[in-house]
Design a protein around this ligand. Structure first.
Ligand code: NDP
Ligand SMILES: O=C1O[C@H](COP(=O)(O)O)[C@@H](O)[C@H](O)[C@H]1O
Length: 515
């Protein structure tokens, strides 16, 4: 068990980082830039090496050029100095390998031992699989067979989502991995857990006397979690058409966010204590008992042609590598209950979708009105208090309260007090992948998903997916650039609530105090 340390300045132990899928999109956009940021901040030191692995032929020089371009395009630091770049780049080499070719692993082993000797690395090996999940099992077997796990240091497997397609496939994958790696050696990435503000939820909740006493069904009327995207499926139509919004965002990022909001305070800040609390929330999710209950509580839709910023956007069925008759959902919203003492009766409304009007991840905690109040009534329109946690792209929190409108005799107006973290000069939050690679190298699994979390989340999501699978007829659509199907508004309206405006769409009547 690892106690969370202040990792801000912790240097990682010397290790070789294997990036399987080194010629792919994730490596280019996220992983190389993250490794460079860690290096620039002194967190990697000089006793590390990166070996890129993929089938495509690449010389070492070509690979380092790829890495350079990816950093210049996507990293929050840019390369400014030739000498510093050469010092960094010499840690990178490439191995062309089909993951099914066992002979290739023996060559990889030789290359590994060479770089370990060269950089004084004590046999620690981190295998990052930026690959399609179907390949995870074979890579693990072949790493073992090819002698890659025989060194004297630690061996860790970092794997990307999706972890399976449903509970059964996830179990199968997990069994395969467990034949080679122990649970504590497996780091399942959910990059939302690496986001600054998702980690901050814990601090906001557990380090402030005025939130925790109110954090329950006596004071909170409902919680809204929005993960909206403006993009469509881009070039990932092949994968997405098989997954859909529920599996792509719901089973993982949304439920993980929900657990961070709903979990009990852990008794200690140990990775296992925190993950124990999160899994208890997942176990407390009220399962939908029938297809009818799914229909009543979950809304889905697919984007059709629409418009945004004066541009016409194609419908989902017109996207590249998408079945022209596809019924895959690109949006879903659900009403979810956490059936425990703290949350009994409080609806959690969650929604996610592609081609929505804004890119944002936000959590809105809506508080109950006071039971009796001299200001309630005809004359005054009191709005409920809100605590809004902005995860991305804006980072920060704001609290909405009622206050006297300045200059009026007795008019009451909502007033939002905001702490915008991303607006503060000097705060340049690390990318999620920087934190997660750093944590994995330091053996801190707090912000990675444990197997029981993954399995419990699948069990919840599978009921929705199988109810949808029984439905016949075409999925309902929403115009690209809109807020999704109208039924999603009904989901809240029937309980007397509405979705609060998110990111940059604040109502005119609110007075803002920016901090
Ligand atoms: N891209 C993203 O933003 C995100 C991706 N993910 C996940 O990360 C993983 C990778 O995604 P992404 O980078 O987009 O995928 P890409 O298709 O862009 O890249 C796949 C990589 O796998 C390599 N590869 C495929 N087959 C083999 C093989 N048999 N042997 C060796 N290498 C192989 C390819 O290289 P080559 O063809 O040269 O062999 C390529 O480098 C997926 O699981 C995805 O779901 C998760 C979240 C976000
Ligand atoms: O995991 C995924 O996340 C992205 C959204 O991530 P964000 O950090 O930009 O909010 C999503 O576009 C993608 O479909 C999904 O696979």
């Amino acid at each position: 068990m690892t106690e969370i340390q202040n990792l801000d300045s912790v240097k990682t132990p010397g290790a070789v980082y294997f990036i399987f899928g080194a010629t792919g999109d994730l490596a280019r956009r996220k992983l190389f830039p993250a490794i460079y940021s860690l290096y620039r901040e002194g967190k990697l030191g000089e006793d590390f090496a990166v070996i890129g692995v993929a089938r495509r032929p690449r010389s070492g020089e070509e690979f380092r050029d790829d890495v350079y371009r990816s950093i210049q395009e996507f990293c929050r630091y840019s390369v400014e100095d030739d000498a510093e770049w050469s010092r960094f780049a010499e840690h990178f080499s490439y191995k062309s390998l089909d993951i099914n070719n066992i002979d290739g692993y023996r060559e990889l082993l030789q290359q590994t031992e060479e770089v370990e000797a060269r950089f004084g690395i004590p046999g620690n090996r981190l295998f990052y699989l930026a690959l399609a999940p179907e390949l995870f099992g074979n890579v693990s077997f072949n790493l073992q067979k090819g002698g890659m796990l025989d060194s004297s240091g630690w061996h860790r497997l970092v794997i990307e989502k999706p972890f399976g397609y449903d509970l059964i496939s996830a179990q199968k994958l997990n069994e395969e991995l467990n034949q080679v790696f122990k649970e504590e050696e497996i780091y399942r990435i959910d990059h939302y857990l690496g986001k600054e503000m998702v980690q901050n939820i814990e601090v906001i909740r557990f380090a402030n006397a005025f939130f925790e006493p109110l954090w329950n069904n006596k004071h909170i009327s409902n919680i809204q979690i929005t993960l909206s995207e403006t993009v469509g499926v881009e070039e990932r139509g092949g994968y997405y058409d098989n997954a859909g919004a529920l599996r792509d965002m719901g089973q993982n990022h949304m439920l993980q966010l929900l657990t961070m909001i709903a979990m009990e305070p852990p008794s200690r800040l140990l990775a296992e204590d925190i993950r124990d609390e999160k899994v208890k929330v997942l176990r407390s999710l009220r399962p939908y008992a029938s297809a009818q209950e799914v229909k009543e509580n979950v809304v889905r839709g697919q984007y059709a042609e629409g418009e945004s910023g004066g541009k016409t956007l194609p419908g989902y069925r017109q996207e590249d590598k998408v079945d022209p008759n596809s019924n895959t959902e690109t949006y879903f919203a659900a009403k979810v209950y956490v059936d425990n003492f703290r949350w009994a009766g409080v609806p959690f409304y969650i929604r996610t979708g592609k081609r929505l009007p804004v890119k944002t991840t936000e959590v809105v905690v809506e508080f109950k009105q006071m039971p009796t109040n001299v200001y309630l009534g005809q004359k005054h329109k009191l709005e409920p208090n809100l605590l809004v946690i902005r995860v991305n792209p804006m980072e920060g929190i704001y609290i909405k309260i009622n206050a006297k409108k300045p200059g009026t005799e007795s008019q009451i107006s909502p007033l939002a007090m905001e702490f915008c973290q991303s607006c503060q000069v000097g705060i340049n939050s690390p990318e999620a992948y920087e934190r997660l690679i750093h944590d994995a190298a330091n053996g801190d699994s707090t912000y990675f998903t444990r197997w029981d979390e993954v399995a419990t989340a699948w069990a919840f999501v599978d009921r929705i997916a199988s109810a949808w699978a029984q439905e016949s007829g075409d999925i309902s659509t929403y115009a690209a650039g809109s807020w999704g199907p109208e039924e999603a508004d009904q989901l809240l309206a029937q309980d007397g609530f509405h979705w609060w405006p998110v990111n940059g769409q604040e109502e005119d009547n609110v007075i803002w105090i920016k901090g």
